[in-house]
Design a protein around this ligand. Structure first.
Ligand code: SMO
Length: 788
């Protein structure tokens, strides 16, 4: 509500820790997630999935299932082929052919968990019982689940009608003359780094409620998505409908993390059932389905090299890698940033990356918080420590010597990424001071009384956040652009309603958007209400990913708030018989600057505009503004994390005793929210660094740990305490100087912890090169090594 008293002077709301607007409803259980949507006459869908990693679907007989009491409809591969187009990819891998990926497997399924038949019944139980009555004949085919084995000439080929190997696409990028720099180098460090397959594991699994009203020709699709406007466009294409016939709504989203980008098979199936039945159809993914049917992340094998001179100056860097995409091109393509920022925060002029996007008989890999950056950070930061050891240099000094400096920026890396601004070395020094790096070096490597060895490791990083379509997307076949948009609408209670297509998935958009509007407009934070995630009410936008929301949306929020404020002041000035330049908006009123007794409540101004009664003669009625904004480029968040560990060299067990994260996200809109975003990302980063790994059995091709019993995700009790510090160098390429903060926490934990363990065990010559870093992995690395 609005109507607050005057607070007596201009104040900034940007930069303050306002309480989150989302929390009241979430803490009271009043959130509205997809599974909370329960329309009258709704029916429930269940999906039969291929149990093999690779199989011909030879025969499908649905008659017994269809005959079960309570079953209303069954869809077969043939039905889907007849009435849909293949699933679209929001961000195609450059050079990749389009695969015939339909919502139900056609002829051949290429991973365990791929949907084959779907059934709708009057309850989920009946629908699942019907799955048992399906008669599906599978002819298992040879499979390959290892990303390097999939590239061997004798590997079974997944999509022979389109490709004669499993190489979906090869992409290379770079500049300079790295080969001759390697030839001239005093020292070269290199290694093969294996990155584990993990899952984003949102608390809310995927889900969809589709409701087709034939008379209205309107398909309403509630879904748990980061990108409702893109879902609408994709569904229109896949279902052969017009966009105006589809309304996509994402209310509360219980975590997205990149997984909830794009249309998945079940979204299409629920829509098809609803269109056929003329009744609402609902599907809620269970956790077992989630592990097999929702995209996985990260898995890749990197061959990295760094060339340096005798002083430790980096001469060249290369990253040649195979990245697993699973059985199909996923809804969001493959993570791109392992190539784009392969050099991290270091000044490398000569370098290249070469990526081989590889098909395997596993669940497709899609986007996940970090989008390729945790992977390469692990590799280049492990190599920086190895380079320091080879040259007998302090790893902190080696890093500092090679970092891009604020004088260098804007600085273009070998793939064309332009680092905007920042003081990378300052974050490194702050982290080193925080963990008393100098004291640690001086103390040497003597074990503690309990025999444990103490190590400290660093990870310096950049995170590419946001992007501009001109620089990043042009000519790459992307189905989206780079802009954000909002509509602001004044209401007669004296408040402002904000409409955005960015859904609410934990990133606090409602809070931050309201802060920017209140700040720019001059009204109270409580007077601004944000309505998120409905394509029917919001202007066409892009969505929440790439840590981009504030970078792009704050420009639209500022422009629309300025427009709305200008008209508000014109109307108020006319009513107050004052000049526009002499009035200001403060809190819930507009007043004359020189005489605060001459004021008019905002509710009165808004009512004037909405009724058109008492308006200045030249003004049109209405008080509403829509603005679109595209940032000029990406902004790079940066920082350094430092981990202190104590390792038992007898067992490989280790404790993370301290973890310091020094981070720069530019101008901070809400300090509490930024802390929460960084800590949340770190929690996922620790999970992937220390424990999480989706394992497939090579012989059977089965996912062996696809349940919450077997896939270890850390809880708060399992995580180290994080000491978080911020610097705030404003970005010159974004509104207000903001940088993205959504994904940054996932990047440094793996390298920082691995470097700390290797520091502790330096006398044993241990070099870790795979994630996750488990006690067993440390013990394996110790085996056969003896202290020097
Ligand atoms: S992987 Mo993020 O949602 O761009």
């Amino acid at each position: 509500g609005a109507g607050r008293g005057d607070t007596g002077g201009p104040r900034r709301i940007i930069g303050t820790s306002q309480l989150r607007k989302e929390d009241d409803r979430l803490l009271r259980g009043d959130g509205r997630f997809t599974d909370d949507v329960e329309p009258a006459r709704v029916l429930y869908m269940a999906v039969a999935r291929c149990p093999y990693p690779h199989a011909r679907v030879a025969h499908v007989d649905t008659s017994a299932a269809a005959a079960l009491a309570g079953v209303e409809h069954v869809l077969t591969p043939t039905d889907v082929r007849r009435c849909t187009e293949p699933l679209t990819v929001l961000r195609p891998v450059p050079g990749a052919p389009r695969l015939p990926y339909y919502a139900l497997a056609q002829d051949v399924a290429t991973h365990e968990g791929q949907p084959v038949v779907s059934v709708v019944a009057n309850s989920r139980h009946v629908a699942e019982d019907a799955l048992e009555l399906l008669d599906i004949t599978y002819e298992p085919l040879p499979h390959v689940v290892d990303v390097l084995a999939a590239l061997e000439p004798d590997a079974p080929v997944l999509h022979p009608s389109v490709l004669d190997s499993n190489l979906l696409a090869a992409n290379s990028d770079g500049s300079g003359d790295p080969d001759s720099r390697f030839a001239q180098a005093d020292v070269v460090v290199e290694g093969r780094f294996r990155i584990n397959r993990v899952t984003a594991l949102p608390m809310e699994t995927r889900g969809v409620v589709a409701e087709w009203r034939p008379g209205a020709r309107e398909l309403t699709v509630h879904c748990s998505s980061q990108v409702p406007h893109l879902i609408r466009k994709e569904l229109a294409e896949i279902l052969r409908l017009g966009e105006s016939e589809i309304r996509a709504v994402a209310s509360d989203v219980g975590g997205g993390f990149g997984l909830k980008l794009g249309v998945f098979p079940e979204d299409v199936l629920a829509c098809l059932h609803s269109i056929a039945l003329r009744r609402p159809v609902k599907w809620s993914e269970d956790r077992g389905e989630h592990f097999r049917g929702s995209t996985h992340a990260r898995e890749s094998v990197h061959d990295y090299r760094i060339a340096a001179d005798a002083t430790g100056r980096i001469l060249a860097m290369t990253n040649v890698y195979a990245t697993d995409i699973g059985g199909w091109n996923s809804p969001f393509g493959s993570a791109q940033l392992s190539s784009v920022v392969f050099n991290g925060p270091y000044k490398v002029d000569d370098g290249y990356t070469e990526r081989r996007v590889t098909l395997t008989n596993k669940t497709p890999i899609g986007a996940y918080r970090g989008y390729g950056q945790p992977e390469v950070n692990f590799a280049y930061e492990r190599l920086m420590d190895q380079l320091a050891r080879r040259l007998n240099l302090d790893p902190v000094e080696l890093r500092a010597r090679n970092m891009v400096t604020s004088q260098d920026m804007p600085w273009r890396n070998p793939t064309g990424a332009v680092y905007d601004s920042g003081d990378y070395e300052r974050c490194l020094r702050m982290a080193a001071d925080a963990v008393d790096w100098a004291g640690h070096r001086a103390r040497g490597r003597a074990p503690r009384a309990d025999g444990r060895l103490v190590g400290i490791g660093f990870s310096s990083f950049v995170e590419r956040t946001g992007y501009a379509s001109a620089r990043f997307l042009a000519r790459r076949g992307s189905m989206f652009g780079a802009h954000e948009s909002v509509t602001l609408r004044a209401n007669r209670s004296g408040g402002i309603d904000v409409y955005t297509g960015v859904s609410t998935m934990g990133q606090s958009g409602e809070t931050a958007f309201a802060q920017v509007v209140a700040d720019v407009f001059g009204t109270d934070y409580d007077a601004v209400r944000v309505h998120a995630g409905d394509t029917a009410t919001s202007p066409l936008n892009t969505g929440a990913f790439a840590s981009r929301t504030m970078i792009a949306a704050s420009g639209a929020l500022r422009a629309s708030a300025e427009q709305l404020a200008a008209k508000t002041r014109r109307i108020a000035a006319w009513r107050l018989d004052a000049s526009v330049d002499d009035v200001e908006i403060i809190g819930s009123a507009v007043r004359v600057r020189a005489d605060h007794s001459r004021a008019v409540p905002l509710a009165t101004v808004y009512t004037t505009a909405i009724t058109g009664q008492g308006m200045p003669p030249e003004e049109e009625p209405g008080l509403e503004a829509t603005a679109h904004f595209e940032p000029s480029d990406a902004a790079y968040s940066f920082g350094t994390a430092a981990a202190q560990v104590a390792v038992d060299p007898q067992t490989g067990e280790f404790d993370i005793e301290r973890f310091v994260m020094v981070h720069d996200g530019g101008t901070i809109v809400n300090p509490t929210v930024v802390d929460g975003q960084v800590r949340g990302g770190l929690a996922q980063g620790f999970g992937a660094a220390l424990a999480e790994e989706l394992r497939y059995d090579a012989d059977s091709g089965q996912l062996v740990n696809g349940s919450m019993m077997d896939y270890f995700v850390p809880t708060a009790a399992d995580l180290p305490r994080v000491e978080l510090r911020h610097t705030t160098v404003p970005s010159p390429v974004t509104p207000f100087g903001v940088r993205g903060v959504g994904e940054v926490g996932t990047i440094p934990p793996g390298a920082a912890v691995a470097n700390a363990v290797c520091d502790a065990l330096a006398d044993f010559g241990v070099e870790l090169s795979a994630l996750p870093i488990t006690p067993e992995a440390v013990w394996d690395a110790l085996a056969g090594q003896t202290a020097s």
